[in-house]
Design a protein around this ligand. Sequence first.
Ligand code: NAP
Length: 270
Amino acid sequence: MNIGIIGCGSMGKMLLEKFSASGMTDAAHLFAANRSPQKLQAVSGLCTVCGSNREAAEHADILFLCVRPADMKTVLTEIQQSVKETALTVSLNGSIPFRLLEQSLPGRRLAKAIPGVTAEINRSQTLVCYNDRVKAADRAALERLLSAIGSVTVLPEAEMGMGSELVSCMPGFIAAVFDVLCRAAKQHTALPDAQIADMVKETLAATGALMCQQKLSFADVLDRVATKGGITAEGADVIYRMLPETADELFRRTLEKRRITAEHAERSFR
Ligand SMILES: NC(=O)c1ccc[n+]([C@@H]2O[C@H](COP(=O)([O-])OP(=O)(O)OC[C@H]3O[C@@H](n4cnc5c(N)ncnc54)[C@H](OP(=O)(O)O)[C@@H]3O)[C@@H](O)[C@H]2O)c1
């Protein structure tokens, strides 16, 4: 099976490196194209470098489109005659609906795949959705390939937005919340900043591992740590009283931003 990657920026390069390192493919079956040739030099040892997007598309059984939404229409227009009839084309962009991709690739098998930053340590929960042309064998092939960067969660297209908030944006939200907690802690301790951050990071990682290994819910963790009337319960009470409004505002704002981004993407297809 041949894999094509168009766009070798942050995501395309990561996929090339991970697919190559997984041993599931090799340079002879991995075809890459990029607008500026410089980026291809960095990955030339891992893949077959293509002189055009069309060339990558012609070879690919699974073709990843790793370009920004503003560049998607140009790429689709360029490759639409070159994509194999049986190929699965995978957009890494969450804002462009199948409805628009299908304008350039009518009747074709399409998927969207949204990896997270934790792909770097092979722990991405990659979100995937499919259009109705995709066959079981296509799904199996894509999900096997994406196992090189972690697990796969299949969602309906309409849930990819909130799914992305919960998975690919969440590392950023987590970082922001714990940054706020660390900054507040600094006001009440003589411990150095770096030590505060390290203590919280390790606790965060260990709490996540504990919850996953022992299948604990958030309520289970609270039950274990927050003795009624104790110190943890006092702090948790503040969080439950004051954070819900912030959390509501966060999702209101991010989902609105997502809607505007989708509108921009739509405009770039006109
Ligand atoms: N970054 C993330 O964490 C993340 C996570 C999930 C999904 N995504 C999605 O993945 C997609 C790529 O994001 P990214 O962060 O990898 O962007 P990026 O780093 O900007 O990479 C985009 C690449 O596309 C290339 N490109 C642009 N137009 C092209 C064309 N016409 N033909 C061939 N190559 C072209 C660019 O080449 P040049 O060298 O010429 O600029 C660049 O190397 C986006 O749609 C994004 O929404 C990103």
